[in-house]
Design a protein around this ligand. Structure first.
Ligand code: SF4
Length: 291
């Protein structure tokens, strides 16, 4: 992990998180003052953060508009059929209004029973002796109810099934990491427990940095990357996630290596793409000199 903390800290320091937040689904959560509204907006925003980014933002905006000025009051007081009527006509990829309504009706139940979704999650966390994956799986069970349809099961994925469950884990990051202008620190669970949300950008850059060698974005990959990051900051291992993700989203680190962008990148000293290309270039120069 030679030099990696220093480079990742440099990435954090150089990232314009306010500008990046404005293009991120978490921005919708910050539009609300009330913590319960923020929880429900976060559930909607993270669940719909799937597919084309612009289309996802439009869908989040629309779904939240349909829930009215206080999404938490709406889901806690309007019964399932009423929620379904409110969301009639809503479509995002394979999800329709009825899928989102069924999840939100269950979120409303959690609000009524526990006072907040965070309290429900914290109860699972205590009951499982701090098993983050199982706690999240139990929360997912509650949000899906007995739904067997593909769309609802995809909308809220099951961490036990082996995938990285990026959107559900992202929701937990928003709610648990300390408030820093991006994340909100609402749930009573220590951020040391979090697992990194692994999307295509975080997976690729993590491989470049040697945080994992795994080729698929699975739960095991997310745990492996988190274990490496935990060595850098045991109390807050996923604090670099937002900056790493947006390095890819912004195409400052594109999926095809770009020499000019790498030459400007603060991670270059610890990135195998850059160090590998420098090594190859020096070897070529040495072999030309020998000829
Ligand atoms: S050095 Fe290049 S490949 Fe590596 S993280 Fe930076 S931009 Fe991406």
């Amino acid at each position: 992990m030679n030099g990696i903390r220093e480079r990742l800290d440099a990435l954090l320091a150089s990232s314009d998180s306010a500008a990046r937040r404005a293009r991120d689904p978490v921005d919708y959560v910050h539009r609300y003052e009330d913590d319960r509204d923020r929880e429900v907006a976060g559930l909607v925003g993270s669940a719909l953060a799937f597919g084309n980014a612009t289309a996802a933002r439009q869908s989040i905006e629309r779904a939240l508009a349909l829930l009215g000025p206080s999404p938490a009051r709406t889901v806690a007081t309007v019964e399932g059929p009423g929620l379904e009527r409110r969301l009639t006509g809503f479509v995002h990829r394979i999800y329709r209004g009825e899928h989102l309504a069924s999840v939100l009706a269950r979120a409303g139940l959690l609000l009524r029973e526990h006072g907040s979704i965070g309290n429900a999650f914290a109860a699972h966390h205590r009951a499982t002796d701090g098993d983050f994956r199982e706690s999240l799986a139990r929360l997912a069970d509650e949000l899906r109810g007995g739904a067997t349809d593909r769309a609802t099961r995809h909308l809220i994925s099951d961490p036990r099934a082996g995938s990285a469950c990026k959107r559900l884990v992202l929701y937990a990051r928003w709610m648990i990491r300390p408030a820093d202008g991006v994340d909100l620190g609402l749930w009573p669970v220590p951020p040391s427990q979090l697992v990194i949300p692994v999307d295509t950008h975080v997976h690729r850059i993590s491989r470049n940095l040697g945080l994992t060698r795994r080729r698929t974005a699975s739960w095991a990959t997310a745990e492996e990357i988190t274990a490496e990051l935990r060595k850098l900051d045991p109390a807050d291992p996923v604090k670099y996630d937002f900056a790493l993700c947006h390095l890819g989203v912004s195409r400052e680190c594109p999926s095809r290596p770009d020499r000019d962008k790498c030459a400007r990148c603060v991670l270059q000293d610890v990135c195998s793409v850059w160090t590998g290309s420098r090594r190859r270039a020096s070897a070529k120069k040495a072999s030309e000199l020998r000829l």
